[in-house]
Design a protein around this ligand. Sequence first.
Ligand SMILES: Cc1cc2nc3c(=O)[nH]c(=O)nc-3n(C[C@H](O)[C@H](O)[C@H](O)COP(=O)(O)O)c2cc1C
Length: 304
Amino acid sequence: MKPDMSVNLAGIPLRNPVMTASGTFGYGEEFSDYCDLESIGAFVTKGLSLKPRAGNPTPRIVETPGGMLNAIGLQNVGIDAFISKKVPFFRSVDTPAIANYFGNTVEEYVEMTRRLDAIPEVAALEINISCPNVKQGGIVFGTDPDCAASVVGACREATVKPLIVKLSPNVTDIVSMARACEDAGADCLSLINTLTGMAIDLNRRRPVLANITGGFSGPAFKPIALRMVWQVARAVKVPIIGIGGIMNATDALEFILAGATAVQVGTASFISPNAAQQIAADMEAWLAANNVADIKDLIGALEV
Ligand SMILES: Cc1cc2nc3c(=O)[nH]c(=O)nc-3n(C[C@H](O)[C@H](O)[C@H](O)COP(=O)(O)O)c2cc1C
């Protein structure tokens, strides 16, 4: 019997729980020759902002043991070019497209929310709150529960679409951040974004990245992500998307057991552009081989 792989993510029906992670899959179209988008649950766009951004100077990516650091600097085409050049492709794919976005003030986040809310081809919104609030001395929205709640609450009022809030791991207490976002109106939480790290070139006695620090991702940080998903899943009622170092179906199923309803695949797509498709197929094969009729039976089914 073919297992039922479908899940419902805050009102969005997904054919399976495997999504792509923001910033690692372009705007979907760039990967469509290599990955069958209609074999995955959903795809998430590169983080979008009101104005186009060129991003940081290079070098802005470096491989590290078991992972990578990036300091892309949120390069993106901006909302106007997104609407005119990227959204038309979404009509040709029968898979939900999720828009990831950010701002540097609450007002910018709200304006982005309004603009994205008006696009019928966008199934849901994912707010990246790992950005500095320029009006509050540069404090990162996602590292202070009050700051996070203020931006999530304001965005909540600006959209009727499902609102996913993407949490930063650069905090001491992920559960209080998750609760603050849920209380402020998030329909779903995705976690985790990258963890701040750095790499040094000994011979040049300089940082490798032009930006000095960057976001760490990949298999070496999966245990941290898994721990945070497990902690948050026990503390909130909204569904969770597990993200962090998912390289194969085993990793993805571990996140589901820890309490995630869906997962996002990021760094793995740089190694194999059809990683998400392969992971979805391998998860289904695992369920069939282990007589699990419905993926939903595994969500949060970890025995502790
Ligand atoms: C090159 C690169 C660019 C990223 N850009 C974004 C972004 O624009 N917005 C965002 O919310 N997350 C961004 N991320 C974070 C990923 O979506 C994901 O949370 C993180 O990489 C952890 O998952 P992974 O270990 O599977 O890569 C980026 C990650 C990488 C590696």
